[in-house]
Design a protein around this ligand. Structure first.
Ligand code: MG
Length: 237
């Protein structure tokens, strides 16, 4: 799973380097797909329940599951969330980043990205054998809500291994002490989706793209994380 995670990271960093004003989300898709072909590695998302691409690219108020398109031109001040997974020798890796486009990012939007990533790190910091999924969710939620942002409830993280999505569900909200206890050897994908405004989302007419109902900016960061004897190790770092 670490091998899968390292390929996920390499491709996400490649995609990050291609994010600039004037690039389309299909340009990002093509860069990722070309690298996968070079590596001889299979993408996890393409074909998953019919999803058409190797990347999910979600711009501005799009929360998750946006479909790369030649018509979606990135412009200065946008943000684009890139979610990506692979399968290597039967094992999955899954991660996401949200990247600002250009240099002129709105300060509140920059804060949204920083807080979302910090909430992911807080969730990871809560992982150890004996901790509960409620501990993880509460850690994420606490960081987000202290900054006045909202945790999306309609989508959650997940167990991951020989399938991309395995039990248990890993909510980005919860109560400390509640829920399933983590054990050494479990691997989960933690993926806070955070809206600047209200948490509500709706799915657009393409059947995939989830967007913040109030049109506010939305960010998404994700790591695949293994529970170790003493804490956690990030497999997609
Ligand atoms: Mg995931």
């Amino acid at each position: 799973m670490r091998r899968a995670g390292q390929i996920v990271r390499e491709v996400l960093e490649l995609v990050r380097s291609r994010v600039k004003p004037g690039a389309t989300t299909l340009d990002l898709e093509k860069a990722a797909e070309a690298r996968l072909t070079e590596l001889g590695v299979k993408a996890a998302f393409k074909g998953y329940h019919g999803f058409p691409c190797v990347l999910c690219t979600s711009v501005n108020s799009e929360v998750v599951h946006g479909i790369p398109s030649a018509n979606r031109v990135l412009k200065e001040g946008d943000i684009v969330s890139v979610d990506f997974g692979v399968v290597v020798d039967g094992y999955y890796g899954d991660a996401a980043i949200t990247v600002p486009v250009g240099q002129k990012i709105d300060p509140d939007t920059a804060r949204l990205l920083a807080v979302t990533e910090a909430s992911l790190n807080a969730g990871i910091a809560a992982i150890r054998p004996g901790a509960t999924l409620g501990d993880v969710g509460a850690a994420v939620q606490g960081v987000v809500e202290a900054e006045g942002f909202s945790v999306v409830r309609d989508f959650v993280g997940h167990g991951i291994g020989v399938h991309m999505h395995e039990d248990p569900q890993v909510p980005n909200f919860g109560e400390a002490g509640r829920g399933m206890k983590l054990r050494k050897g479990m691997v989960i994908a933690i993926e806070p989706m955070v809206n600047a405004g209200k948490p509500d989302v709706r799915v657009m007419s393409d059947g995939w793209t989830a967007v913040a109902t109030d049109g506010s900016m939305s960010a998404h960061f994700e790591h695949t994380v293994a529970v170790t004897a003493t804490g956690a190790t990030i497999l997609t770092e």
